[in-house]
Design a protein around this ligand. Structure first.
Ligand SMILES: Cc1cc2nc3c(=O)[nH]c(=O)nc-3n(C[C@H](O)[C@H](O)[C@H](O)COP(=O)(O)OP(=O)(O)OC[C@H]3O[C@@H](n4cnc5c(N)ncnc54)[C@H](O)[C@@H]3O)c2cc1C
Length: 472
């Protein structure tokens, strides 16, 4: 019995650091029945791309872990609508990965075949101003060109903000249109940069740093023919297969409500998780944060003043998506929102970004962008109005029908980061300096955006994380 509770026994000793007695008692194994005490090498919080990758990689290194996830599934922003009765499958979150060894290996490890993305997979665009309710038949959106790539090459550290220099060039903190004007970007490249898909917030007020970090070398390569997705068009299959394999070590519909994180590798971390089967004490050597760590989410992790001063600066943006059928829209068309009279034809907010066809005939996915939070009924109502407008635009070839909304996801908080003055003040280096502090590591999309990069970043960090656990 003693060996079973070894980490938690140490935990009680470590808990004497700055803890009052009642608080300490909640981290003691003796306060729980043995089935509610988990001793493990790593606690992973969040089961999206980052957390799931870490879990499988640690398992393959014969390490133990417990993964805590608030929802009832793994995958996070990878979200697939599936209707077994019709066979319909619609990826309406993450859609494209880079054709790179890390992606091929991870999909192969999880028994999921890949295929090349075709340009027509998500429909061919037709442009409308969804706010002003007008068609833009003569408009074609610009794509980024060699001058945009030249800026990516010049600031290549923007692919991964782990490498951001202490002195951030002030040009990068200009809003992208001002940056584009200053460096002489073409109209096409400026429009292309402002309109990366699945980008939250007002693009006209987004910094060059954020645009180039999002639309980086990985994203541009994916859109130039090096993109892959699950061959069966169900990108969530890797996460379902992962869950089937590791479910004994996953706590779904669970969250951390209190934490005691010691100052040295020897002290480890003790976490209390609320789970569907009651409170559990998790005693781990190291804690891996793999979820959007915004201030409203961090209360339970017992931050000290140093952590608070850095982590309190993070905020995210709002972004939503869903799946709809019975639209009577034209097959193969990606109905895309563009401003009739706005700078660089940026779509007005709030609004539907696009309503695009999926691999399953009749099923469309849509994305919704707004600068302030909205509810599912508000978004579905606005999307319904947009579809009705589109039906009216193609009345000669279609009849009006009532859209049927079959799935929805709130992707917020999305594109996490601090404000401009904090970036100028070296925030990314300070955040990097928190890695490993109090046995805690941050691996989700904070420094990088795309899943391919999240996996690379996690793979790069795991040796340090495992090394810290070995010091326990
Ligand atoms: C609509 C959309 C489309 C995208 N398309 C692409 C694409 O095509 N290609 C690409 O590479 N990237 C795409 N991305 C970017 C995507 O965010 C990243 O690729 C990647 O999936 C992020 O992984 P993550 O693990 O950091 O975060 P997430 O995927 O957000 O996972 C975080 C997980 O943590 C869980 N969680 C949250 N709070 C807690 C808590 N308190 N306790 C426990 N668990 C918690 C969440 O439920 C979630 O499962 C897209 C994003 C969106 C929103």
């Amino acid at each position: 019995m003693l060996s079973k509770f070894f980490l938690c026994v140490l935990a009680s000793a470590a808990g004497t650091f700055g803890s009052t007695l009642p608080k300490r008692a909640q981290f003691e194994a003796s306060s729980y029945s043995s089935k509610n005490v988990i001793q493990t090498d790593f606690a992973i919080i969040g089961g999206g791309a980052a957390g799931t990758y870490a879990a499988i990689a640690l398992k393959d290194q014969n390490k133990t872990f417990t993964l805590v996830e608030t929802t009832n599934r793994l995958g996070g922003h990878t979200r697939t609508f599936r209707d077994p009765s019709t066979g319909a499958v619609v990826d309406f979150g993450v859609q494209i990965h880079l054709d790179a060894p890390i992606v091929r290996n991870f999909f192969s490890r999880l028994n999921t075949a890949l295929s090349q993305v075709q340009l027509t997979d998500f429909g061919l665009p037709k442009y409308f101003d969804f706010t002003q309710r007008v068609a833009l038949p003569n408009y074609v959106r610009g794509n980024v060109g060699p001058d945009y790539i030249a800026q990516l090459n010049k600031y290549s550290y923007l692919d991964d903000l782990n490498n951001l220099p202490a002195q951030v060039p002030s040009d990068l903190l200009l809003n992208f249109p001002d940056f584009a004007k200053k460096v002489g970007l073409s109209e096409n490249s400026t429009e292309g940069g402002l309109n990366w898909p699945a980008t939250p917030g007002d693009p006209l007020k987004t910094t060059a740093l954020a645009i180039l970090n999002d639309g980086n070398h990985v994203e541009t390569a994916e859109f130039q023919g090096a993109g892959v997705h699950a061959a069966n068009r169900d990108n969530s299959q890797i996460f379902r297969n992962a869950l089937a394999e590791i479910q004994a070590d996953v706590l779904l519909q669970s969250s951390i409500v209190a934490a005691n994180r010691g100052p040295t590798p020897k002290s480890g971390v003790q976490l209390i998780a609320n789970t569907p089967t009651g409170k559990k004490l998790i005693c781990a050597k190291q804690l891996i944060i793999a979820f959007p760590y915004t201030p409203d989410q961090t209360n339970s992790f017992g931050l000290d003043s140093k952590e608070k001063s850095i982590l309190s600066k993070i905020s995210g943006k709002y972004f939503y998506g869903g799946v709809v059928n019975n639209t009577n829209l034209q097959a193969g068309v990606a109905y895309t929102n563009a401003g009739a009279n706005t700078s660089f034809h940026a779509a007005s907010l709030p609004g539907v970004v696009e309503i695009a066809p999926s691999v399953s005939p009749g099923y469309y996915f849509y994305w919704y962008n707004t600068v302030s939070p909205l509810t599912r009924p508000q978004i579905e109502s606005a999307t319904r109005d947009t579809i009705k407008f589109l039906q009216s635009q193609i009345a000669a070839t279609t009849t009006a029908s009532e859209p049927n909304f079959v799935d929805f996801q709130d992707f917020s908080p999305f594109h996490l980061g601090p404000g401009n003055s904090d970036i100028a003040d070296g925030w990314y280096n300070k955040m990097k300096g928190l890695q490993g502090y109090r046995n805690t590591w941050y691996i989700s999309s904070l420094f990088v955006v795309a899943a391919t990069q999240v996996w690379n970043n996690t793979a790069n960090m795991l040796p340090s994380i495992v090394g810290a656990a070995n010091l326990h």
